[in-house]
Design a protein around this ligand. Structure first.
Ligand SMILES: [Zn+2]
Length: 318
């Protein structure tokens, strides 16, 4: 008996090994699909995302400066409301949407369109189609001319199709996002002709810690903001206009006094962003500079007192 049993044992490995091989192939294949993000495309299902509460941990708010190439996209998570400031380019929109899902986002309360340029609202259609969005906040848009471009028209059409409200904001309006977390609109101070200068500027206060988001404003809007008497002092500055030479003026930075400056910028972009002039002024202002082209996505979290920063790769620029 013992011999026969051992003979049977000897036969078993052929099919057991085959089964194991098939199983391992599936396991490795599945792991590869998950790691490469393709599981979502192949199976139409998504790995179980963390909840926003889990994602936040002890923080009252997180700000994700999402690497979206030569474009702007920032996600604000709180215990109650979610906010996206710009959506990046349309060609990166699926990646952005996957990032949001991984961060636990299932819907968005607000999406700010700082201004109707493709590097800021190109991904809007995809975001609106993939997530329920309550309200899009925009600056007053002049009809006709450069501001009435295809990215803008597509945003308005998709908002109508998806039942998303479009709301024009003005300086001084405040949007409570959660206990101790408020977004305040600082600009545009007045309707300016240049689309970039007419960007929505907002300030996020999380307890004692504050962030300033500037869209693509330049000298003209920076001056108006400084003259308006608005509180511009912020711990984190999302640097205006990808670090262009005509923005981040000394006068503006003297009001903001940022500890940390984040620059949303694509590696080797055609605009020469960020410019040496803007970088020098940010250094002079004493800010630690983080850039999406070097650091990838930048994650800032605060409990209302302390601020922590994590990057996908590397530390502050020297
Ligand atoms: Zn831009």
């Amino acid at each position: 008996m013992a011999r026969r049993r051992s003979r049977r044992k000897n036969k078993a490995p052929a099919w057991v090994a085959a089964l194991l091989a098939v199983g391992m192939a599936f396991a490795y294949g599945y792991q590869w699909l998950v790691q490469s993000g393709q599981i979502e495309d192949v199976l139409g299902i998504y790995p179980e995302p963390v909840s926003i509460a889990e994602e936040l941990g002890d923080a009252i708010a997180q700000v994700h400066i999402i690497d979206s190439g030569q474009a702007d996209c920032a996600l604000v998570l709180t215990r109650e409301k979610t906010l996206l400031i710009d959506t990046g380019l349309s060609e990166n929109a699926d990646k952005t949407a996957a990032y949001l899902r991984d961060a636990g986002v299932t819907r968005l309360d607000y999406v700010i369109s700082t201004h109707p340029h493709a590097d800021h609202i190109g991904g809007m259609q995809t975001v609106l189609e993939q997530f329920p969005v309550d309200t899009i906040l925009t600056a007053p848009i002049q009809s006709g001319g450069e501001s009435d471009n295809s990215a803008y028209r597509r945003m308005v059409e998709t908002a109508l199709e998806t039942g998303t409200a479009l709301e024009t904001v003005s300086a001084g309006e405040a949007f409570p996002l959660a206990q101790g977390v408020t977004l305040t609109i600082l600009g545009p101070e007045e309707e300016l002709e240049d689309i970039n200068e007419n960007s929505v500027v907002s300030r996020l206060d999380c307890g004692e810690v504050s962030f300033l988001f500037c869209g693509d404003i330049g000298r003209e809007a920076e001056e108006l903001l400084a003259e308006s008497g608005a509180d511009l002092d912020a711990d984190v500055l999302a640097v205006p206009h990808h670090g262009s030479a005509g923005s981040s003026t000394r006068e503006f930075l003297a009001e903001v006094t940022p500890q940390i400056a984040t620059i949303s910028v694509g590696l080797g972009n055609d605009y020469g962003h960020p410019t040496p002039e803007a970088l020098e002024r940010l250094h002079e202002a004493g800010a630690d500079i983080f850039r999406t082209d070097i650091n990838g996505t930048i994650l800032l979290a605060t409990d209302g007192q302390q601020l922590s920063i994590q990057t996908e790769k590397g530390g502050a620029a020297a």
